[in-house]
Design a protein around this ligand. Structure first.
Ligand SMILES: [Zn+2]
Length: 898
């Protein structure tokens, strides 16, 4: 009987339950081929008490030309929670624009009634230090895995946020064996849209422009912004700088879901992540077994349902731990990730899946130069039933695939809940044990570092991720040396000891022929210019230390009746910039040379300002020195510049990171676009203009988005109230053009300081602003995905290097242009790359000899003004704090940097 009926039918249908015929009819109509659906999602139960998405939203999920605003997502989940004891809403914080971030919790009624008990079980497994093996297994027998689903991290990937509402309803109402098993054995949690602000902005944009698209050639692109700052890089925010990301992390650490499943859209038809080389070797090997276990089950089941184009492997590698969902694998859980085919909206479109350049389907892991495959429609061992090369694709197809996939993933987790929990426990236990067995056993941040504020940035990022940090209560004496009391100690024998190591160690890239999807290095000490010592002496584990919750170095400002001036010593803190801005209106001089104990770059203030100075210095973790005579070293005034940050409309992301840093350190600026540049007379309004790295070349910086048949306005209207944020334009296409670039030249000639970062540093040379500088590119063999390399300071007394004491400093390689300065102008080079393999400190630079003695920072006088070209990016992704000061120094000393 069982086989006659078929396992699929038995598993997926609840014969006694009444289904919604209107839903089945609609889904059939909106699905472009029968094989693009499955027996898991072709039906939906009717319920007398629980509202379906259609009852709240007015349509079934996957309806053509309909996307839901964030408020509608909240409205639906709240209605579901109000009607069902199987649903709860947890509020986890607000976004930059004030939207409520939530997590939806779904489970059996009795599970939810005892949710705190279940949370406690998982917390115990996440930190099993107080458990015996027997106690751990007793908990595994009682606990339930949380399976977390996350949609809407990337706002242009619109399907997951829609699908998750239908999934939630199905999980609450359906009585098929699969869904019942999920409900009984798991707790399902949902992030409806990980970037709520971006969701609304994108949906506005969709209704304004994209709803008219009928074919892929008509693609109108997306809006210039999703959330407030960083666009697609919300999935590269390794240090959790952004509010919505921080909210999710804080929730994660309170709930400990062993599985976190992040839903994206890009490649056809459904790519289920299982990782590939290179893999982060610091994570537990169990993880690398779990990933293909799940991915292969999904692929096999979906092939069985007849769905083509489900594949795994060969797309994203597992090197960088900086993707948002990796918070799970970084914390001994399991990251899962999908890419489902999407149209960037809800229109049904004809799509051609071709790779005309023959590039392979994989960005990560592929051998250099691309893969020898025919793109994503080829049959491969990891893609036994490939996607079609041409297809009509609808958002309902997208929903069908993704929902079938996640139901299948959860079906597996629900079939093996104890294995999932045991793995979670073992990975947590192994992390602790590995810290007792395998060196390094700890990392020490010595107490005697001149700038405690960068130490604080680093330590608080570790703390944010739940890593335990101790303050040594007596001197630590180990083979590596003696570290005085108060030194910070990160022992590895803790649940997140593996993560601590991954973040703090130098990245040793396994094979220079392997490509990786994102950065190859992130070593925090090198990025922050903080001394971190790796300790291989096991006795360090016995060093007594008291736990540090948040590390807040206390500043100290002591007045003296004898003082004729006060110095604020510059030990490299980025907070010096903040202090200068907070002291707006006061006379602040800068000492150009060191004297007594006061380094070059220190602020010198008159005694009457002390009352204003004291609270700021203390709050910012700085100090003062009372001087009994005026400094005799040269000093200069520091009038605050009027600063503009220039942004294209087509590439706002790296600008966003700079904006975030400026906002964080309280440096005021105007954000300007091509409209302001073309208007001209920039010098009347600004002393300094910063052009952050953006676009792929100088040409894209200048010409930006290609003009469309009609103007592409980004403006706020009554109907589209989320557009026009952070700038507005009646037509965002066209770029500044030659007119705009001429205005930048005039700005410099008239005495302005133009600072360009990374890729933007190709602009002044290539558009005739710095005529003597040439730009070039490395060879095709050169490959350097964000390694950390040495840079050599050539002009150590230059104001850009206030706060720096070393001649050689670590910088992140930014893949900016290779600059050439005429031999006669070598003095314009402030910093250069010594190049060569020995100067690669962390990560991969293949062909490191190619950058030998290439300029890293160049200042070029032009007319009355100055151009400062950074071939580095001194403000990269809230990561390279050690380089930030060079940018702030250039701004604050703008009158004195030539
Ligand atoms: Zn994505």
């Amino acid at each position: 009987m069982r086989f006659a009926l078929g396992l699929i039918l038995i598993a997926t249908l609840a014969p006694a339950q009444q289904m919604d015929p209107d839903f089945a009819k609609s889904v059939k109509e909106w699905t472009t081929k029968p094989e693009f659906s499955s027996p898991l999602v072709d039906h939906l139960p009717l319920s007398a008490t629980i509202p379906s998405p259609k009852q709240i939203l007015g349509h079934h999920i996957g309806a053509p030309k309909v996307l839901s605003y964030y408020a509608d997502l909240l409205k639906y989940y709240r209605a579901l929670a109000a009607a069902s004891p199987r649903v709860r809403i947890v509020e986890i914080g607000k976004t930059d624009e004030g939207r409520e971030s939530i997590v939806v919790v779904i489970g059996e009624e009795t599970t939810l009634k005892n949710i705190d008990t279940y949370r406690h079980y998982l917390a115990q497994l996440a930190d099993p230090r107080s458990l015996t093996e027997a106690q751990a297994y007793e908990i595994i027998g009682k606990a339930k895995p949380i399976y977390h689903l996350m949609g809407g991290l990337h706002s242009g990937e619109t399907g997951p946020a829609e699908m998750l509402m239908e999934l939630a309803y199905r999980l609450v109402t359906e009585d098929s064996p699969i869904v019942r098993s999920i409900r009984d054995h798991l707790i399902v949690t949902i992030t409806p849209a990980a970037d709520p602000d971006g969701r609304d902005r994108y949906v506005d944009w969709y209704y304004k422009y994209k709803i008219d698209e009928t074919k892929e050639e008509e693609n109108m692109g997306g809006p210039p912004y999703w959330g407030k700052y960083i666009f697609h890089d919300d999935n590269r925010d390794i240090n959790y700088s952004q509010l919505p990301m921080r909210n999710i992390l804080a929730w994660y650490l309170g709930w400990h879901p062993p599985i976190m499943h992040d839903l994206h859209e890009s490649v056809p038809f459904l790519y289920t992540f299982s990782g590939q080389a290179p893999q982060e070797p610091g994570l537990d090997p169990i993880l690398y077994g779990e990933l293909p276990w799940f991915a292969n089950f999904e692929m096999e089941q979906m092939i069985k349902y007849g769905m083509p184009g489900v594949w795994t492997h060969a797309y994203v590698d597992m090197w960088s731990p900086g993707y948002l969902g990796f918070m799970s694998s970084n914390h001994n859980g399991m990251l899962r990730m999908y890419e489902t085919f999407g149209n960037g909206g809800a229109n049904t479109m004809h799509r051609r899946i071709t790779n005309p350049d023959g590039e392979g389907g994989g960005r990560g892991g592929a051998a250099a130069g691309g893969q020898a495959t025919a793109g994503m429609t080829s049959r491969e061992w990891y893609r036994p039933l490939p996607p079609y090369a041409e297809v009509d694709w609808s958002i309902r197809n997208n929903t069908n695939y993704m929902e079938t996939g996640v139901l299948t993933g959860m079906q597996l987790a629900a079939a093996f809940p104890e294995i999932v929990l045991e793995n979670f426990y073992k990975k947590s236990r192994n992390s602790i044990e590995s810290g007792k067995k395998d060196p390094p056993f700890a990392y020490v941040i010595p107490a005697d570092q001149p700038d405690p504020t960068r130490v604080a940035l680093l330590v608080n990022i570790l703390r944010l991720q739940g890593i335990e940090v101790g303050r040594a209560s007596s001197e630590i004496k180990v083979k590596e040396g003696a570290f005085r009391e108060g030194s910070l100690l990160i022992k590895r024998d803790q649940p997140y000891g593996r993560l601590a190591r991954i973040l703090l160690e130098k990245q040793v890239y396994p094979d220079p022929q392997l490509r990786t999807y994102d950065d190859s290095a992130w070593t925090m000490g090198l990025m922050a210019h903080v001394k971190v010592v790796e300790i291989a002496d096991k006795t360090v584990l016995d060093a007594p230390a008291s736990p540090v919750d948040k590390y807040e170095p206390k500043g100290k400002a002591v007045s003296s009746p004898a003082a004729v001036a006060y110095a604020v010593p510059d030990n490299g803190s980025i907070n010096m910039a903040t202090l200068r801005y907070r002291l707006k209106g006061l006379r602040v001089r800068i000492a150009e040379q060191a004297f007594q104990t006061v380094p070059a770059g220190s602020f010198i203030l008159d005694p009457p300002t002390f009352a204003k100075l004291k609270p700021e210095v203390e709050a910012l973790g700085l100090t003062t020195v009372a001087l009994d005579s005026q400094p005799t070293v040269p000093m200069h005034e520091t009038p605050l510049p009027r600063v503009a940050v220039y942004s294209t409309w087509g590439s706002t992301q790296d600008v966003g990171w700079v904006r975030y840093a400026f906002d964080y350190f309280e440096a005021p600026y105007d954000l300007i676009y091509k409209e302001r540049a073309r208007k001209g007379n920039l010098r009347a309004d600004y002393d300094v203009i910063v052009i952050p790295s953006q676009g792929r070349s100088a040409k894209t910086l200048v010409y930006d988005l290609a003009p469309k048949p009609k103007p592409l306005a980004y403006t706020k209207t009554d109907r589209f109230k989320f557009l026009g944020a952070y700038g507005s334009s009646d037509d965002i296409t066209g770029g500044m053009g030659l007119e705009g670039s001429l205005e930048f030249r005039k700005f410099v000639e008239e005495g302005g300081v133009l600072i360009t970062l990374g890729e933007a540093s190709a602009f002044p040379p290539e558009y005739g602003i710095t005529r003597t500088i040439e730009t070039g590119r490395a060879s095709a063999q050169f490959y350097a995905p964000g390694p950390i390399v040495n840079a050599e300071v050539l002009r150590p007394t230059h104001p850009i290097f206030y706060g720096y004491t070393e001649k050689t400093i670590p910088v992140r390689w930014a893949n900016g242009p290779l600059l050439t300065v005429p031999r006669t102008d070598r003095q314009e080079i402030l910093m250069q790359f010594p190049g060569g393999d020995t100067n690669v400190l962390s990560g991969l630079m293949r062909g490191a000899a190619e950058i030998r003695n290439r300029p890293a920072i160049v200042e070029v006088p032009v007319g009355q003004g100055l151009v400062v070209l950074f071939a580095t990016n001194p403000c990269y992704r809230w990561q390279n704090f050690g380089e930030f000061r060079m940018l702030f120094n250039a701004m604050i000393n703008y009158k004195n940097i030539k």
